[in-house]
Design a protein around this ligand. Sequence first.
Ligand SMILES: [Zn+2]
Length: 322
Amino acid sequence: MERRQFIGNTLAGGILLGGETENAQTTSIHDPADFFAHGDLVIERPVSGKPHSGKVLAAIQPHSDDIPIFAAGTIVKLFNEVYTGHLIRVTNDDMAGPGSIANTVLANERDNQEVGRVMGFQKIFDLNYGNHQMDGISRPELRSRLIFLFRLLKVDTIFCYDPWGHYEENPDHYVTSHCVEAACWMANGDKDYPEHFAAGLEPHAVREKYYFARFQQRVNRIVDISSTFERKVDVLLTNKAQGPAGETGARLRASLAARKQRLPLLGENDETANREYIKQFVLRDNTELGKKYGFQFAEQYHYIGPDKPVVDDYVKEHAVPL
Ligand SMILES: [Zn+2]
């Protein structure tokens, strides 16, 4: 049963639409195997004009290469449609990169700044938690920092790992995503963190969520990124310190040359090698997903949109003069 149909039935039956009542009733009516609460599959394509003018997104990534790999094509597409956006990196990436720990931190910080610049983010926040250690942090602390940022930046839409993605092994990914999910609705509370209001902030709900996953998740949104795919490659080239992209193609070309071999795919210079390596190997999933849905390249998400104003709609349709 679809959510809309369910709500119609509850109204007809006189059941109040309080959040808990609705959820409890939904659970008892649904077949437990069903999982359609956030809607059927939607194909999101590029839109001309400025459909998102005035809207703000935040991309939250534990590490400097997460958003580039999973969401850069969609976010650049939304920027083309006149969203503005901010990048929040949660760890300091001190366990994944070149040289000493200090060098690794610096290299990732520089990469992350480049990710932000190339993608077109307005502000970049580094929250500086220890890499791989996030299952030991204070989750309420991270949640409250995110709530502050969502209220300050008036975030309408977030991109992050799916808090309900299966088989995720990295604690930075699953802890960040759970804190983000909680912060999205708590940011709209008028009693949580009253000191924010004293400082001039107001409650602010995050109404749209694009969740990506490394392994399995329930996908209900496919985004056609054919028009921004080359830009996504530009973004992945900036992840030199860690991740599968950056200058990996050039390194493979050099190692093959040392063995008196070459791959025609990698071309005649390092720049071509890096780009083609990214397209052929790093973004192979984008190519295969695009092919499946009839366009060149695609990204996939579990998308959660704004609740429909069912009470307002019902009142508009049925209210009569006294
Ligand atoms: Zn990561």
